[in-house]
Design a protein around this ligand. Structure first.
Ligand SMILES: [Zn+2]
Length: 386
C-alpha cells in the first residue's frame, strides 16, 4: 500500500494530539520531558502547550525540583472539565458510572431494576442516569455523552440490537434505549465495553482477548489498542467478525456431546465456565462460594478445581488462536486472583510452546467495567478531537 505523506496541518494536529494524550496519561510532566519522550522539538512542544492552555485543557502546576539548572515548570492535564456517563443494562440491574478524562471510575451506582422492553423502563433508566449525572457534574462542566452497555449483539452502523438472549430482544432499534436521554448516546456490547475499559490503562499491551466469565461467558478481541495516534474509534480496535459475533467464546465446544447449553447445543464453554457453574451451589451468590472456599470447604474446593481445569482448556485454546494477553473478567474474573497461579500451571501444562502462562491477567475493574467501557467511548471520541 502506498502511504500518502501527511500535510503540515495534519502533522500539527497529530503532534498536538500526541502531546495531550501523553500528558493525560502521565499527569504531571515537564516540557523537556514531553519533547524527549515524544521526539518533538521544543519550539513545537511550547507552541502546542500554549494552544492547549488557551483551550483550558492543560495548566501549569508548579515546578519540579532542580537537578542543577533552572527549575522546570510542571504541566498537567485538566481532566475534570469533561465528563461522560456509562450505563450497564442487565437482566435485573442498571449500573451507572461517571468518568472524566482520567478514564477512572469516579463514582458508581447500581440499582435493582428488572429489564422490560417498554417505554416506562427506558424512561426510568434515563431518570436514574440523569439524576446521577446532575448530582455529580456541575453546570460549568462539559458533558460529552452517555454510553450504554448491552448484553447483546449491537450493530452500531445500523443502530440496531441484532440479538440479546439475556434481554430477550431480536432486531430492535437502538433509538428506543436513548429516547429520553438528551445527550449524545452510544450503545455497545457489554463484553466489548469491558474489554476496552481493561485495555484503556494498559501500557505496552497491544492485543488482548478479554474473557468475560459472568452468568454467561462472552468476550472481546482487542487489536492494536494502544496505537492511539490514528483517529479511529474504539470499535475499530475490536475484531468483531463478519456477523458481529466475534468473541462469542461461550459457545465454543469444550466437551463433545456434553451437557446442554442455554443456546440449545451441547458441551459449550458456557456450561462449564460461566459464573453460574460455581454460584449455583450457593443460591446464586458467587461471593458466598469463594468465602466457603476460604473457610476450608473441601467439596467446593473440588468444584473449583474442576472449574479451573475446564477454564484452562479454554484459555489455552484462545492463546493458540490469538497468541496475546488474556484478561479474565466478569464475575469470576473479579475473584480469580488468589487461584490464578494454580490456573497458570494448568494452562502451561497444556501449552505446546510455552512453559509459563504469565500472559493470563486478572481483570482490573471489579465493578462496572462494562459501564465504564461504554462511557469511555465518549472520552476517546473527545481525545481524538484534541
Ligand atoms: Zn451454547
Amino acid at each position: 500500500m502506498i502511504k500518502r505523506r501527511a500535510s503540515n496541518v495534519e502533522i500539527k494536529k497529530i503532534n498536538r494530539n500526541r502531546i495531550f494524550r501523553y500528558l493525560n496519561k502521565y499527569g504531571r510532566v515537564s516540557k523537556p520531558d514531553i519533547s524527549s519522550e515524544l521526539g518533538i522539538s521544543m519550539p513545537t512542544v511550547l507552541q502546542n502547550i500554549n494552544e492547549l492552555m488557551k483551550q483550558g485543557l492543560v495548566d501549569e502546576v508548579g515546578e519540579f525540583q532542580s537537578t542543577g539548572g533552572r527549575k522546570a515548570i510542571a504541566i498537567a492535564p485538566v481532566r475534570n472539565l469533561h465528563y461522560a456517563l456509562g450505563i450497564d443494562i442487565t437482566q435485573n440491574h442498571i449500573g451507572v458510572v461517571l468518568t472524566d478524562l482520567s478514564g477512572d471510575v469516579l463514582k458508581h451506582k447500581r440499582v435493582y431494576k428488572p429489564f422490560i422492553n417498554n417505554r416506562e423502563y427506558y424512561k426510568e433508566m434515563a431518570n436514574i442516569a440523569l439524576e446521577f449525572k446532575n448530582s455529580e457534574v456541575g453546570p460549568n462542566k462539559e458533558f460529552l455523552g452517555v454510553g450504554i452497555s448491552i448484553p447483546g449483539i449491537v450493530d452500531t452502523r445500523k443502530n440496531k440490537i441484532l440479538f440479546s438472549h439475556a434481554l430477550n430482544l431480536t432486531n430492535i432499534e437502538t433509538d428506543i434505549f436513548t429516547e429520553f436521554i438528551p445527550y449524545p448516546c452510544i450503545l455497545v456490547n457489554d463484553a466489548n465495553a469491558s474489554g476496552f475499559a481493561e485495555m484503556y490503562h494498559y501500557d505496552k499491551c497491544f492485543n488482548a482477548v478479554y474473557l468475560s466469565l459472568s452468568n454467561s461467558v462472552g468476550g472481546a478481541i482487542i487489536v492494536d489498542a494502544q496505537s492511539y495516534l490514528s483517529e479511529s474509534s474504539i470499535t475499530d480496535k475490536l475484531y468483531l467478525g463478519d456477523n458481529l459475533r466475534g468473541g462469542e467464546f461461550g459457545h465454543m465446544t469444550l466437551i463433545p456431546n456434553g451437557s446442554e447449553c442455554y443456546c440449545g447445543k451441547r458441551g459449550c464453554v458456557d456450561v462449564y465456565c460461566s459464573a453460574k457453574t460455581l454460584s449455583k451451589h450457593t443460591d446464586g451468590k458467587l461471593e458466598t462460594f469463594f468465602e466457603e472456599i476460604e473457610n476450608g470447604n473441601n467439596e467446593f474446593k473440588q468444584i473449583l478445581n474442576q472449574y479451573l481445569s475446564y477454564l484452562a482448556i479454554e484459555i489455552n485454546n484462545l492463546r493458540m488462536i490469538f497468541d496475546c494477553t488474556i484478561i479474565l473478567g466478569g464475575y469470576v474474573g473479579s475473584h480469580i486472583e488468589p487461584y490464578i497461579s494454580r490456573l497458570k500451571e494448568e494452562v502451561a501444562m497444556l501449552n505446546t510452546f510455552e512453559i509459563d502462562a504469565s500472559y493470563i491477567k486478572p481483570c482490573r475493574y471489579r465493578v462496572e467495567a462494562s459501564a465504564l467501557g461504554a462511557a469511555l467511548q465518549h472520552i476517546e471520541a473527545f481525545l481524538c478531537t484534541v
